[in-house]
Design a binder for this molecule. Structure first.
Ligand SMILES: NC(=O)C1=CN([C@@H]2O[C@H](COP(=O)(O)OP(=O)(O)OC[C@H]3O[C@@H](n4cnc5c(N)ncnc54)[C@H](OP(=O)(O)O)[C@@H]3O)[C@@H](O)[C@H]2O)C=CC1
Ligand SMILES: O=C(O)[C@@H]1CCC=N1
Length: 266
C-alpha cells in the first residue's frame, strides 16, 4: 500500500511523521509532492520518503491520496487531477478546513471515488491526535475502515456529522494553538516571578498534560475537578476569581466563535 501526500506543510508533515513513528508502513511507501521542491524534497530525504515530481505522478502511484494543501487551493488542485483520479481510483482523504464533501465531489467530477473528509490536529505527529471523519456517498465501507485504522494509529478518532465539522475544527483542529497559548501564558507568569522560561514551560506543560489526563480518565466534569483543587479560603480560588474577573471564559468562547465564523466564510 502506498499513501501519497499532496502538500508538505504543517498538517501533512504531522501525519507523515506520525505514520513514520508508528511504523505504519515502510517510509518509502509514503509519497509526497508540494508546490516547491525546496519544501518537500529535504523533508522526504530526512525521513526516507519518496519525493514525487508532480501531483499527477503521485496520484498515479497512490492507493490513498491525502490532500493537505491550503483550503482555498484544494478544489483547484483536485480539479486538475481528474484524469489521474479516474484512472487509479485511490481513496481520497481531504483534511482541508471548510471544504465540503459536496464541493470535493463536484470538483473531482466523480460519483464512484471513495472520498473521505477528515479533520485531524497536529498532535497526530506524536500519536496523540484527535481526528473527525465523514464519508461521501460513494465511500466503500472497507475504505472507511482503512482510513479509520490509519488515524486510530495516530490517536483517537470520532465519526462526525459534516454539519459539526466547523465546531470540531475549532475544538480539536485549531485548539492545540489555544492550549499552547494557555501554557505559554502560565509560563510567562512564572518568568514574571523569576523562573527561567524553559523551566517554567516544562513545569507548566507537565501540569497541563497531567490535568488533561485526569479529565479524560474522570467520569465527572471539569468543574468538579476544579473544586478538588480549590481549598477553602485557599490560593486557587483566589486565582480562579481573578481570572474570571479578567474574562478568561468569555475570551475563550469568543475565540471559538471567531474560529467557527472564519471557517464558515470559506
Ligand atoms: N495546520 C493544522 O494544524 C491543520 C491544518 N488543516 C488543513 O490542512 C491544510 C494545510 O494546512 P497547513 O499544513 O497548516 O498549511 P501549510 O501552509 O503549512 O502547508 C500547505 C502546503 O500545501 C502545499 N501546496 C500549495 N499549493 C499546492 C499545490 N498546487 N500542489 C501541491 N502542494 C501545494 C504547500 O507547498 P510548499 O510547502 O511547497 O509551498 C505546503 O506544503 C489546510 O487545508 C488546513 O485547513 C487541518 C487541520 C489542522
Ligand atoms: O488554521 C487553520 O485554518 C487550520 C484548520 C485547523 C487548524 N489549522
Amino acid at each position: 500500500m502506498k499513501i501519497g501526500f499532496i502538500g508538505a506543510g504543517h498538517m501533512a508533515q504531522a501525519i507523515m511523521i506520525g505514520l513514520c513513528q508508528q511504523k505504519y508502513l515502510a517510509t518509502s511507501d509514503i509519497l509526497v509532492h508540494s508546490a516547491h521542491k525546496s519544501s518537500y524534497e529535504p523533508f522526504a530525504a530526512e525521513h526516507g520518503l519518496t519525493a514525487m515530481p508532480s501531483n499527477a505522478a503521485l496520484v498515479k502511484q497512490s492507493d490513498i491520496v491525502i490532500l493537505a494543501v491550503p483550503a482555498k487551493q484544494t478544489l483547484a488542485v483536485v480539479a486538475d487531477l481528474q484524469a489521474e483520479f479516474d484512472a487509479k481510483q485511490p481513496i481520497v482523504v481531504s483534511v482541508a478546513g471548510g471544504v465540503s464533501l459536496a464541493q470535493l465531489q463536484e470538483n473531482l467530477d466523480s460519483t464512484s471515488l471513495s472520498i473521505i473528509r477528515a479533520m485531524p490536529n497536529v498532535n497526530v505527529a506524536i500519536g496523540q491526535g484527535m481526528t473527525a471523519l465523514v464519508t461521501g456517498e460513494a465511500t466503500r465501507a472497507a475504505d472507511l475502515t482503512q482510513i479509520e485504522q490509519l488515524f486510530q494509529a495516530l490517536g483517537d478518532i470520532t465519526p462526525l456529522a459534516e454539519k459539526d465539522f466547523a465546531v470540531f475544527g475549532a475544538l480539536a483542529g485549531s485548539a492545540p494553538a489555544y492550549a499552547y497559548l494557555f501554557i505559554d501564558a502560565l509560563s510567562r507568569a512564572g518568568v514574571k516571578y523569576g523562573l527561567d522560561k524553559a523551566v517554567a514551560t516544562k513545569i507548566t506543560a507537565q501540569t497541563v498534560l497531567g490535568s488533561a489526563a485526569n479529565v479524560a480518565a474522570s467520569d465527572t466534569n471539569p468543574w468538579a475537578l476544579i473544586d478538588q483543587v480549590s481549598s477553602p479560603g485557599g490560593t486557587t480560588v483566589a486565582g480562579l476569581l481573578a481570572m474570571e474577573e479578567a474574562g478568561l471564559m468569555t475570551a475563550v468562547v469568543k475565540g471559538i466563535d471567531a474560529t467557527i465564523a472564519k471557517e464558515n466564510e470559506a
